[in-house]
Design a protein around this ligand. Structure first.
Ligand code: ATP
Ligand code: MG
Length: 176
């Protein structure tokens, strides 16, 4: 893995498919025997299909949630929300700098910054720890300017249409 070119990949935008794109990369990487670490910010619920799949079938993937299972009001995060995000950031820094992982996914990290749980500088510090061969994936709406500058690849998922607007609630296997 030492001769690999690790990248910084960002999935942002208001459409559906950012988290699932990152999970697709995780699947692709484990298919090659690579080691993957996923930290989900602002999520704290094991019901997600990806969490179940990782626990049952993917021993080369570690997945940790660092959030509460509750909606955070923008501008009014609780102390606990901030604490969880800070724990997630410290874990991310440890995982990235360990050099043990080919792919590190920080899911919803952009949203954690947008909601003021973490700062742009926190994220830049974490990116700076990345060994050359590790690929880092950051997902979430509203990726900040400096993070976009650091990225090697940015995909913006833009909503054209979403079934939610027609009153169709979150579906198992599609939304979670
Ligand atoms: P997914 O996890 O399905 O890949 P995502 O990571 O792109 O989606 P987020 O912005 O993280 O989406 O939003 C989380 C949840 O909100 C998902 O369950 C998703 O289906 C839903 N969602 C995403 N985009 C929209 C939208 N434009 N309108 C309504 N709900 C949405
Ligand atoms: Mg998401």
């Amino acid at each position: 893995m030492q001769n690999k070119k690790g990248l910084v990949l960002v999935y942002t935008g208001n459409g559906k498919g950012k988290t699932t794109a990152s999970l697709g990369l995780a699947l692709r990487a484990v298919g090659h025997g690579e080691k993957v670490y996923i930290i989900q910010f602002m999520k704290g619920n094991e019901k997600y299909g990806e969490v179940q799949a990782v626990r049952r079938y993917l021993p080369n993937v570690e997945l940790v949630q660092k959030g509460l299972d509750a909606f955070i009001k923008k501008g009014q995060p609780s102390l606990q929300d901030i604490k969880m995000a800070e724990e997630g950031l410290s874990l991310a820094k440890k995982v990235i700098s360990s050099g043990k992982y080919d792919l590190v996914i920080l899911d919803e990290l952009n949203v954690a910054v947008d909601y003021g749980l973490l700062t742009e500088e926190d994220i830049l510090d974490a990116i700076a720890l990345k060994p050359g061969y590790t690929t880092l994936v950051l997902t979430g709406r509203y990726a900040s300017e400096k993070i976009l500058e650091k990225a090697d690849m940015i995909s913006e998922v833009r909503e054209i249409k979403h079934h939610y607007a027609r009153g169709i609630p979150a579906q198992q296997g599609i939304e979670y």
